[in-house]
Design a protein around this ligand. Structure first.
Ligand code: HEM
Length: 125
């Protein structure tokens, strides 16, 4: 365990699982996001759990399995417009609420993910 991390503060892997499950449920139903995501989101969600664990200061599960995240590069095959960035973040905002992530962590996580989401945009509207 790694005390003092965001990962520990929100409740560790159980909370990441609740968040990611709530998130991809919405992604899979969002008209702006459906076109670029696979129909079966099982593997996407599994990778995202590994990534967010590491991103919030927990064990480096994603890098252990996949290697360096290179997130912007991994997203280049997909058309990511400002509209899609907004859709992704809207799904995340709702998921943070459904997963019961409390303040101040909810806002801190949303802000951190917003910065990364900005970095993922690769196509103007
Ligand atoms: C994978 C879209 C932002 C983390 C993906 C995939 C898509 C996508 C289409 C591929 C899914 C698959 O084939 O399984 C988007 C869009 C975003 C966004 C539209 C809006 C800005 C983010 C952000 C993060 C992130 C902000 C991290 C904080 C990941 C990870 C993967 C992924 C970890 C899995 C990569 C892998 O296969 O190893 N994303 N993404 N994405 N995304 Fe995003």
């Amino acid at each position: 365990k790694q005390p003092g991390t965001m990962y520990e503060a929100i409740g560790g892997f159980d909370s990441i699982e609740r968040l990611v499950t709530a998130f991809y449920k919405r992604v899979g139903e969002h008209p702006k996001l459906i076109p670029i995501f696979p129909e079966d989101l099982t593997e996407t969600a599994r990778k995202q759990k590994l990534f967010l664990t590491q991103f919030f200061g927990g064990p480096n599960l994603y890098s252990q399995e996949v290697g360096h995240p290179m997130l912007r590069r991994r997203h280049l095959p997909f058309v990511i417009t400002p509209e899609r960035r907004n859709a992704w973040l809207a799904c995340m905002a709702e998921a943070l609420e459904e997963a019961g992530i409390e303040e101040p962590y909810r806002t801190a996580i949303y802000d951190k993910l917003s910065l990364t989401a900005n970095h993922m945009m690769n196509t103007p509207e």
